[in-house]
Design a protein around this ligand. Structure first.
Ligand code: PEP
Ligand code: MG
Length: 753
């Protein structure tokens, strides 16, 4: 930023401060403010629109437009250019506003005389509460510095607009006013369980008490001290990673370290202080900018990096306050963590002895934080959009991860009902624990193998207590995803070896890297794709970049020296892909053999996730040692329904006769060929669905660890011959969902689902 541009806002700020400190009607002061902004920015027009109830933006003050338009001109969020700025919460810079397709002409304003427009959202607590606009007659192109300046000025205006005086004189809604009332919020269950605790905010809120600095030099010193405090605390975090959990979060701290020393981020903060803001306001200003950019970005890798920056801004703010924030490693009481979103590594960073539950504004069931939380046994409610605006630090919160609801500041009656549900759940859990050493044998004497899905080292801690027969799916990519660089062959060997050690005699099926789609490796350059789920992912990457796959296969072969090795490939769509991948494995086995090492026995299989491979079953079954049905992806491709999109995921039922008959075909072909088949998608872990799968002929199911007890209970209460009979009929029927029929069948036959 040039000196002239820096000193411009500084003079303006001095004037604005005088107006804000003065007395008098808030609206009149707002009018004075728009006048000052217009003359300082050499604009013929400056207008301020404020948000009224019902998402309507109303013109509150203007310099340059017709005065009669004040309180008359109203625009919906999304309507016109002002509505567009509010809808996207980002600035707009147009030299010819009237030719913009969003331009909405309002004759009462007289704005036809003005061509160029520069506008910025007025933000408070991350929400848009208004829009500030300047306009000029000529087709002017506003500079980057001017765009910066209007955003900063909008922040100052936010302070005035949020003053109590203004709120009462304008009847603006203050949602925070409801904060002390009990509240029930709905969300989606990402990890099951019931828990209660006191809320802490994962990202502390930055509160700006003073926007314009009294003394710039003092603010620069405060910023500098806070920055060096932040830098050394991030360095410390990196040096004190000792526990297993921390090992997996070490990489995220490395990314933090990089940003904490990032020159351009620090420069932007300094520039904002030099423009006249307090250090707090400067951090907020730069953070708002990052958040706005996040809204526009879909690339998960860049989003992740921007969210690291967002978190760092919060940490920097705490340093400014002389506050180290919450010590995530030592939570003083039972805690419910509330966050917009969180990475798996951040979740692992919390003191597990007091972490009771997590509530997220975002998140889906297949997101990694959800997968890790399920492994930890921590209930998670996601897509709980209202939580951020409703919760206060320290609120008592009940998290119902059975029905997808959160109770804030509950009354006695709700707490008592919740306690009853907790006792109920504990009784059920105790029953499951008693089944741990019992086999999953049906009433008519048929045995079903129940395996667990795993991917992180913490999963292995549950291996013994879960009563699982083995690991039916080890998702190796999770280990890759929580790191900031590719794990070397030796590191991978050690990991796979630890898994095999823990498993002892129980079988483990490793799946080779299944990345791409929604599973992103921070260090693997991927092009943006229009349909990532159908794109360059899983085995396609492995075959196109054989070095990656070979390194992983080498590590697995070495880890299994003298033991059994079972591995499978994801997303195989053609038999030739399986053969190509298998030949890479064969070469690695031979290399080890030449050195006199290698596994005792190797079994190679494939996932069935792409419908095309089902049309090649007889051919495929001659080549593989086993197959495992990945029903999550198979359902996605069968119905062409995005598994991560909440708008469509519930549209089709896995228990439709069409999908079930396809599953039945797979099981029958495998049976005919004498090839073992299992199923390791989400369906295997739900008792009703698992009952149906058994009816279709599946005798090996792999599921998340907490599902083993309920599924075992179901098997032990069932007569499989009768289920076979019933499901055969269902496959021949034409129902979109057989769920109710299956439920009724289970009830009639006393099968516990
Ligand atoms: C599946 O697709 O069903 C599966 C088990 O793999 P993932 O969920 O890891 O894609
Ligand atoms: Mg899959």
């Amino acid at each position: 930023m040039s000196n002239a541009a820096v000193s411009g806002p500084r003079i303006l700020f001095r004037q604005l401060r005088r107006v804000m400190a003065g007395q008098g009607d808030a609206e009149l002061r707002l009018q004075t403010i728009v006048g000052l902004i217009a003359s300082n920015m050499i604009a013929e027009v400056c207008s301020c629109y404020l948000m009224r109830a019902g998402d309507v933006l109303e013109l509150f003050a203007t310099q340059g437009l017709n005065k009669e338009a004040v309180h008359r001109t109203r625009l919906r969020v999304g309507e016109g250019l002002v509505g567009d700025i509010a809808a996207h919460a980002r600035p707009l810079n147009l030299s010819d506003a009237q030719s913009h397709p969003q331009f909405a002409y309002r004759p009462e304003t007289g704005e036809e005389a003005y061509h160029s427009l520069l506008g910025a959202p007025i933000l408070r607590g991350g929400r848009v509460i208004g829009v500030l606009v300047v306009q000029n007659r000529t087709m002017r192109h506003y500079t980057e510095e001017e765009v910066e300046a209007i955003q900063t000025v909008a922040m100052v205006v936010a302070e005035l607009v949020s003053s109590e005086e203004m709120i009462s004189s304008t009847e603006l809604l203050d949602t925070a006013g409801n904060a002390t009332l009990p509240h029930r919020l709905a969300g989606r269950v990402l990890a099951e369980g019931l828990a209660a605790g006191y809320a802490i905010l994962h990202e502390p809120r930055i509160e700006v008490r003073q926007t314009i600095a009294d003394n710039m030099a003092d603010e620069l010193v405060r910023l500098e001290v806070a920055v060096s405090g932040l830098q050394s605390s991030v360095d410390d975090m990196l040096n004190t990673t000792d526990a297993l959990a921390s090992e997996e979060s070490k990489d995220i701290f490395e990314a933090y370290k990089m940003f904490a020393h990032d020159k351009s981020w620090l420069k932007r903060l300094e520039t904002a202080v030099r423009a006249g803001l307090t250090a707090e306001a400067a951090i907020k200003r730069v953070q708002d900018d990052t958040r706005n950019r996040m809204k526009e970005i879909v690339d998960p890798y860049i989003r992740e990096r921007l969210s690291d920056l967002d978190d760092l801004a919060n940490r920097l703010y705490l340093h400014l306050e002389g506050n180290q924030g919450i010590d995530r490693h030592h939570l003083p009481q039972e805690t419910v963590v509330v966050a917009r979103n969180m990475s798996a590594a951040e979740l692992l960073d919390y003191d597990q002895s007091n972490l009771q539950a997590v509530v997220l504004v975002e998140g889906t069931r297949s997101s990694h934080v959800a997968i890790v939380a399920r492994a930890l046994g921590v209930p998670v409610i996601g897509q709980c959009e209202e939580i951020y605006d409703s919760v206060e630090q320290g609120d008592y919160v009940l998290v119902d991860g059975e029905h997808g609801q959160v109770f804030l500041r509950p009354g006695d009656d709700v707490t008592q009902a919740f306690d009853r549900s907790v006792r109920h759940r504990e009784e059920r859990q105790a029953k499951f624990a008693a089944l741990r050493d019992k086999e999953a044998v049906s009433k008519d004497g048929q045995l079903v193998d129940l395996h667990m899905n795993a991917g992180l080292l913490i999963d292995l801690d549950h291996f013994d207590s879960a009563g699982a027969d083995g690991i039916g799916l080890f998702r190796t990519e999770l280990q890759f995803m929580v790191r900031s660089k590719m794990p070397k062959v030796d590191e991978q060997t050690e990991l796979y070896s630890t898994v095999l050690d823990k498993a002892g005699d129980r079988p483990v099926i490793f799946r080779t890297l299944d990345v791409g789609g929604d599973k992103v490796l921070p260090y693997l350059q991927m092009k943006e794709e229009e349909n990532p789920a159908l794109g360059w992912r899983a085995i396609r990457i492995g075959l196109d970049r054989p070095a990656l796959l070979k390194a992983q296969l080498r590590a697995m072969v070495r880890a299994a020296a003298g033991r059994n090795l079972s591995l499978m490939f994801p997303m195989i769509a053609e038999v030739s892909e399986f053969l190509e991948a298998k030949s890479l494995l064969t070469r690695e086995i031979e290399r080890e053999k030449e050195k006199g090492r290698g596994p005792k026995q190797v079994k190679v299989g494939t996932m069935i996730e792409v419908p095309s491979i089902i049309w090649q079953m007889p051919h495929l079954l001659r080549e593989v040692d086993f197959v495992s049905v990945g029903s999550n992806d198979l359902l996605q491709f069968f119905y062409a329904v995005d598994r991560g999109n909440a708008m469509v995921t519930d549209r089709y039922d896995v228990l439709s006769s069409s999908f079930l008959s396809m599953l039945q075909y797979i099981a029958r072909e495998c049976d005919k060929a004498g090839v073992p088949v299992s199923i390791c998608g989400d369906v295997a872990g739900k008792p009703l669905e698992a009952m149906t799968l058994i009816g279709l002929g599946y005798r090996s199911l792999s599921m998340s660890v907490e599902a083993i007890g309920p599924v075992k209970q179901m098997v032990r209460s069932a007569d499989i011959a009768k289920i076979n009979e019933f499901t055969k009929r269902l496959c021949n029927s034409k129902v979109i969902s057989a769920r109710e029929q299956l439920r009724a069948f289970a009830k009639d036959h006393s099968i516990i689902v």
